[in-house]
Design a protein around this ligand. Structure first.
Ligand code: GDP
Length: 330
């Protein structure tokens, strides 16, 4: 047996036993882009399959400054207080690091990071979205195997990271701040449609009236969206919370649990997870094919040439793609 196989064999039982150090090492392994690490990571994830544990995976999105880390600290502490194990992971495909706070940074969740029942993992240095998606998916799987009850996946409200998070999580929570006026805060319709719960944070002190108004605006906007079959009556919902005072946090958790229970009872939970697995299978095949294309210098050169011809209008995108795929077959 090679040293490579030994190290991942050794990790699996330790992750299953809930050893934090083993979990941290396992997450480091899935984050690595080295081909030998990748093979070990795949073997490890495969070895952990079938343990039968399921966490509630909650995606949490919001723009910088909306209060994500403050909320996760308060929410996470409430869950730990209720005897639950909580993991916090981050999806950060952009250069949001340079734009301010680092997602999932432990210093942003000081109390929670000291809890034995909490595991916080900042996002790895930015790579392409596909790599981040896989790493997050595998890290979520590791946390589930390690017996975490709740896995929070934090993302900053930019680009396509929400879509990735929605395809990984069971519930999607959008955190907003109180609006100054009565207009919606330029939240893209697509993101609204993904949300199961909109939490208007900072519903305290002087901001409380604005938060109440904002909740009403979003509740109205949500009612205009098409009813989704995976929702019980009243969902998606908008609620006020204050990460600072803790007001509304317990209620938000009740709503999340109620929604999860309803979806489990009505078959939507398993169906969603099955659809997500199918989605990621296809995504991996797509990524793998593209990687293979790029790895072959001849094919890569042909790609570049065809891209140029497409740009100049000498070839249609469809014809160029068909020609490229034809080469792959050979
Ligand atoms: P993030 O960038 O989304 O993680 O936001 P932070 O959690 O770092 O919070 C940004 C700012 O908003 C900080 O100054 C927080 O103290 C403040 N903040 C966060 N939650 C609340 C809240 O519930 N009420 C009030 N008044 N301020 C808050």
């Amino acid at each position: 047996m090679t040293a490579t196989a030994q190290s991942s064999d050794d990790l699996a039982p330790r992750v299953l036993a809930g050893e934090r150090r083993a979990l941290a090492r396992a997450v480091t392994l899935v984050e690595s882009t080295r081909p030998d690490h990748r093979a070990q990571a795949t073997a490890l994830i495969e070895a952990l399959r079938g343990h039968g544990r399921q966490a509630l995976r909650i995606g949490l999105s919001g723009t910088p400054g909306v209060g994500k880390s403050t909320f996760i600290e308060a929410f996470g502490m409430a869950l730990v207080g209720a005897g639950l194990k909580v993991a916090v992971l981050a999806v950060d495909p952009s250069s949001a690091r340079s734009g301010g706070s680092i997602l999932g940074d432990k210093t942003r969740m000081e109390l929670l990071s000291r809890e034995a029942a909490a595991f916080i993992r900042p996002s790895p240095s930015a790579t392409h979205l596909g790599g981040v998606a896989r790493r997050t998916r595998e890290a979520v799987a590791l946390c589930e195997a390690a017996g975490f009850d709740v896995v929070l996946v934090e993302t900053v409200g930019v680009g396509q990271s929400e879509t990735v998070v929605a395809e990984i999580c069971d519930l999607f929570v959008l955190l907003l701040s109180p609006a100054g006026g009565d207009e919606l805060q330029g939240v893209k319709r697509g993101i609204m449609e993904m949300a199961d719960l909109i939490l208007v944070n900072k519903a305290d002190g002087d901001l409380k009236p604005a938060a109440t108004r904002t909740v009403a605006d979003y509740a109205g906007a949500l009612r205009l969206l098409r009813k989704r079959p995976q929702d019980p009556e009243g969902f998606p919902k908008a609620l006020p919370v204050s990460a600072v005072t803790g007001d509304g946090i317990a209620g938000a958790w009740d709503e999340m649990q109620g929604l999860a229970r309803w979806r489990k009872d009505h078959g939507w939970w398993d169906r969603r997870r099955a659809e997500q697995s199918a989605h990621w299978f296809e995504a991996e095949v797509r990524e793998g094919l593209l990687a293979r294309l790029r790895a072959d210098p001849e094919v890569k050169a042909a790609m570049a040439e065809m891209a140029e011809q497409v740009a100049q209008g000498a070839l249609t995108p469809d014809a160029a793609a068909a020609a490229m795929l034809g080469r792959l077959k050979g």
